[in-house]
Design a binder for this molecule. Structure first.
Ligand code: GTP
Ligand code: MG
Length: 137
């Protein structure tokens, strides 16, 4: 089966939404292969989101992602990357479909509750960024 990587972002942890979001994820058929509470440093977030470094919101994004702990996890399911992005909904919660995690739990495009990898290749890179091989089951 396939794997994707997710983060429940600082706003989700601050609002007490870890449990409800994990319930949505496991109910949708994802198996948790790795999971931890962790906090990214500024250097971590700049590296993780390097693809966005020229974007006008990059500074805000790094501030947001480092302001508190996140839940990092590796998830397993057939067609994991695409199905997880469907489950979380559009980047901007105002445009996210009914019932999606971002529609339910995200406040704005800048504080959008969850991350989901956008390709199998990035899922592997992002999983290795946060987890050692022996932490992925
Ligand atoms: P991720 O799963 O987090 O990668 O989101 P995404 O793939 O749906 O969106 P994208 O990779 O294009 O953007 C990465 C993250 O940057 C988003 O999830 C937002 O947290 C943030 N972001 C994107 N656009 C904006 C914006 O216009 N303003 C602000 N403040 N943040 C943005
Ligand atoms: Mg993205």
């Amino acid at each position: 089966t396939d794997r994707t990587f997710t983060m429940l972002k600082p706003d989700s942890v601050e609002k007490g939404n870890i449990g409800p979001i994990l319930e949505k994820i496991t109910s949708a058929g994802f198996r948790i292969a790795a999971m931890k509470l962790t906090q990214m440093t500024t250097a971590d977030a700049q590296a993780f989101y390097a693809v966005h470094k020229e974007r006008p919101f990059f500074g805000e994004l790094v501030e947001y992602m480092t302001r508190g702990p996140i839940v990092a996890a590796v998830l397993e399911k057939d067609n994991a990357v695409e199905d997880f992005r469907t489950l979380i909904g559009a980047t901007n919660p105002a445009e996210a479909a009914e019932g999606t995690i971002r529609k339910l739990y995200a406040a704005s495009i800048g504080e959008n509750a969850v991350h989901g990898s956008d390709s199998d290749e990035n899922a592997e890179i992002e999983s290795q960024f946060h987890f050692a091989g022996r932490e992925i089951f």
